[in-house]
Design a protein around this ligand. Structure first.
Ligand SMILES: Cc1cc2nc3c(=O)[nH]c(=O)nc-3n(C[C@H](O)[C@H](O)[C@H](O)COP(=O)(O)O)c2cc1C
Length: 193
């Protein structure tokens, strides 16, 4: 049994991304995992302001909801980052959440090349939806995920599900007309097989 924390970075309340997350969670629960979904629509998590107070042993100066999420982050075996594709990358809400990992980094006496501190390393996965469905649609998002989360923070990648062609936000969510909900269920169910 794994402890899975899903961070939902915006999107409509019953939109494509929420549905993708729900299907993933259903699969994970059916496989016996414990899950928690945090919607950043319902939380206030600001981006880092770079004051560096945290580098002088002080807690983050921003008194927003990130602090209350730290125990869940530290207890999770797997953090799933879920986001609609906004302007060809992850939503600003997810990006703000990731920036705040800065204040939970710890000193590392011998960091590997290109890393400066130690982060609470977990497994990670990426769930995304978009309107377009070209071969380049998710390129920037995947690149950011690989560089920032996997290579830099050091998370262990458990995979990604990129649901292109879910319709734009002018209309109703269209993900139920694709096979991505089924794929998300299977992804959740088999992620630790
Ligand atoms: C502000 C904004 C920016 C978007 N940018 C893109 C984009 O760059 N590429 C794309 O394919 N779809 C884009 N979309 C469409 C959404 O990614 C797509 O409809 C997504 O499935 C919406 O998720 P939701 O139903 O969970 O809200 C954008 C939508 C919005 C509202």
């Amino acid at each position: 049994m794994k402890n899975i924390l899903v961070i939902l970075g915006g999107g409509r309340p019953r939109g494509n991304t929420r549905q993708l997350v729900d299907a993933f969670v259903k699969g994970a629960v059916d496989a016996g995992h414990q899950t928690e979904v945090v919607s950043l629509n319902e939380k206030q998590v600001n981006g880092c302001i770079g004051c560096n107070a945290c580098r002088f042993g002080k807690p983050c100066v921003q008194k927003d909801d990130f602090n209350s999420l730290i125990p869940a982050i530290k207890n999770a075996d797997l953090i799933v980052f879920a986001s609609p594709l906004y302007f060809w990358t992850l939503s600003s809400k997810i990006k703000a959440f990731i920036e705040r990992f800065y204040c939970i980094a710890e000193e590392d006496d011998a960091p590997p090349l290109g890393r400066y501190e130690k982060y609470p390393v977990r497994d990670c996965a990426l769930l995304m939806t978009s309107a377009d469905d070209y071969f380049w649609t998710f390129e920037q998002a995947v690149s950011y995920y690989n560089f920032a989360l996997v290579n830099y923070i050091g998370f262990h990648d458990r995979g990604m599900l990129l649901a292109g062609g879910c319709g734009d936000t002018n209309g109703k969510p269209q993900i139920d007309k694709t096979d991505y909900l089924e794929k998300a269920y299977k992804f959740g169910k088999t992620i630790y097989e």
